[in-house]
Design a protein around this ligand. Structure first.
Ligand SMILES: Nc1nc2c(ncn2[C@@H]2O[C@H](COP(=O)(O)OP(=O)(O)OP(=O)(O)O)[C@@H](O)[C@H]2O)c(=O)[nH]1
Ligand SMILES: [Mg+2]
Length: 317
């Protein structure tokens, strides 16, 4: 048995240290990490993957903390991934998250981890896919992915989720801006947090207005819920909305299609690895300069060379 295979077994037994180790492999995008994901994937697919996004400071982490406590009361195991595409080392924010998570981190049923950008952003959504697969195979019932904002990379990361929750707070016109940034498209549940502050109802109305205008999902009407995450108000409604959305996905057959999409994604990742491996090998080969010159001068076309590079790789394997 290879090292990744034996780690996969320990992870499936739900042991925390192997889980942390596996996540490090995945974050580094190492070949061990890749083998691990392949080994775990068939045992994933049971968890409810919940994405939570919204502007900085709207109360996402506070809400996640409250949700985790409620899930635990229902005896569900919760995995939390805090993903920050905007900074390579989001140490500060994550530290704050950890402190707030203390009460549930103590609990064996909650596992929390932050994923930061190491290198390019594409790598981050790749790492998130791997981390979700790992936690899913490790038996967590709910996996929460928290990201900041609504840029392209966040949208990409949120596509890994079954249910995407967009969190807003009253005031500052943030609501409208967030909606403009394309968040409307990805939100299946809207939460107006900090409802203890003035203007919460106005924000709810603004979201509702926008939703009715741009409605593209007539089979699911995104609920708009008010919460005070700090005080713990409205959390039960959020949990209920998540359950309802999960049921909707199941009944409409969409959950199966999501799983198919994930499987296709796994194959795509393997294919990308194969292609970049083939290219690297070609660069090492004696006739690399000749290949380049052939394409540069127009003697051969790039596609033919690409096919040859792949063919060489296949015969070596
Ligand atoms: N008044 C009020 N404050 C809240 C509420 N929920 C969270 N806060 C406060 O808002 C601040 C930001 O909360 P976080 O949970 O860190 O927000 P976040 O969205 O995770 O922030 P980033 O991860 O930095 O984007 C903290 O000081 C919280 O105590 C709420 O319901 N009402
Ligand atoms: Mg946060």
């Amino acid at each position: 048995m290879t090292e990744p295979q034996s780690l996969a077994e320990q992870i499936q037994a739900g042991e925390k240290r192997p889980i942390a180790r596996g996540l490090t492999w995945i974050e580094r995008d190492s070949s061990k990490g890749k083998e691990l994901i392949q080994a775990l994937f068939p045992n994933a697919g049971r968890a409810h993957i919940v994405g939570i996004t919204g502007a900085p400071g709207v109360g996402k982490s506070t809400l996640v903390n409250r949700l985790a406590l409620t899930f635990r009361q229902n005896r569900l195991r919760v995995g939390i991934l805090a993903v920050d595409p905007s900074s390579p080392f989001s140490g500060g924010a994550i530290l704050g998250d950890r402190i707030r998570m203390q009460d549930s981190v103590m609990d064996e049923g909650v596992f929390m981890r932050s994923l930061a950008t190491r290198g390019h952003l594409g790598g981050l959504s790749r790492a998130t896919f791997g981390a979700v697969t790992l936690l899913d195979a490790a038996g967590f019932d709910i996996i929460v992915i928290e990201t900041v904002g609504a840029g392209q990379s966040e949208v990409e990361i949120m596509q890994l989720a079954h249910s995407t929750m967009v969190v807003l707070a009253p005031g500052l016109g943030d609501d409208i801006q967030a909606i403009k940034a394309g968040i409307l498209e990805i939100g299946q549940i809207f939460v107006v947090n900090k409802a203890d502050r003035e203007g919460a109802d106005h924000t709810v109305r603004a979201i509702r207005g926008m939703l009715t205008l741009g409605m593209k999902r007539p089979d699911w009407l995104p609920p708009i819920l008010k919460t005070v995450a700090e005080g713990g108000q409205g959390i039960e409604d959020v949990v209920a909305a998540l359950e309802k959305h999960r049921d909707h996905l199941k009944q409409s057959g969409r959950l199966d299609r999501i799983r198919q999409g994930q499987t296709a994604h796994l194959i795509q990742l393997a294919l990308e690895d194969l292609a970049s491996g083939a290219l690297n090998a070609a660069k090492e080969s004696d006739d690399w300069d000749t290949l380049l010159e052939g394409v540069r001068s127009g003697e051969r076309d790039a596609q033919a060379v690409a096919r040859e590079i792949m063919r060489r790789r296949m015969t070596w394997d």
